[in-house]
Design a protein around this ligand. Structure first.
Ligand code: NDP
Length: 234
């Protein structure tokens, strides 16, 4: 059965790969994009996750186009890396507002329809390095680990209605977000990665597809690491 899927931050990187993979499976897929044009061949809606009105308008547009959202992939995220002693309030707040409150806004917009429809899949994109701790990323790591508390609490609230809530925790994935990593940092992270290479967006998409599938119907409140073994799943 085809489902109505919505992927935030779906115009590039991991989100775009997830959207393409799910569309290839036959799902009706909408991507949220805050800037630029929607990717070729996919239905796009403007969605700025720091703005509740934009999120609500996006969900309404998706519902009208392909039915209420049955699978939400909360993928939009940013980094504003710097050591804590140099980190201004703005860098901290911006990352919280996007990566944590942005997920809250989108999940809240999605959950009502899923509860009413008595089925749904919510997948949040977290981070393996967030769980390990990562110098220069106190703001980012705080948000990505907070998603676990959000997911597990929500899992209790919606479980009896057939809705699951899970996290994927990617390691270093080759996208725009990681292109500016210094060679030294990349070497350090690769030394902690048994598979010894960065992952691809397609490898993250495969994990998201699984968590969103019927086959994962008895999995909720879980973290699926996609990090080449980094941290062995912590
Ligand atoms: P990219 O920087 O390539 O893409 C980020 C996406 O998020 C873009 O589509 C961007 O939109 C969107 N976005 C950012 N802020 C907002 C906002 N306020 N409202 C709506 N959309 C927004 O990063 P990745 O694809 O690598 O990252 C995707 C997710 O995966 C993020 O949550 C990231 O934290 C997570 N992740 C990435 C890892 C990696 O190594 N790459 C590792 C672990 C987790 P726009 O094009 O307008 O900027």
């Amino acid at each position: 059965m085809t489902r109505s899927v919505f992927v935030t931050g779906g115009n590039r990187g991991i989100g775009l790969e997830i959207a393409r993979a799910m569309a290839a499976d036959g799902d009706r897929v909408a991507v949220g994009h805050r800037s630029g044009e929607p990717p070729e061949g996919l239905f796009g809606v403007r969605c700025e996750v720091t703005d509740q009105a934009s999120v609500d308008a996006a969900f309404a547009a998706v519902a009208e186009h392909q039915g209420p959202v049955e699978v939400l992939v909360a993928n939009a995220g940013i980094t504003r890396d710097t050591l804590m002693l140099r980190m201004g309030d703005e860098a901290f707040d911006e990352v919280l507002d996007t990566n944590l409150k942005g997920v809250f806004r989108t999940v809240r917009a999605a959950a009502g329809g899923m509860i009413a429809g008595r089925r749904g899949r919510i997948v949040l994109v977290s981070s393996a390095l967030g769980f390990l701790g990562s110098p220069g990323q106190t703001n980012y790591a705080a948000t990505k680990t907070a998603l676990l508390g959000l997911a597990r609490s929500l899992a209790w609230e919606v479980g009896s209605r057939g809705v699951t809530v899970n996290l994927v925790a990617p390691g270093i994935i080759d996208t725009d977000m990681t292109r500016d990593l210094t060679d030294r940092r990349m070497r350090d992270v690769m030394r902690m990665t048994p598979l010894g290479r960065p992952g691809t967006a397609a490898e993250v998409a495969a994990a998201v597809r699984f968590l969103a599938s019927d086959a994962a119907g008895y999995i909720t409140g879980a973290v699926l690491p996609v990090g080449g073994g980094i941290g062995m799943g912590v």
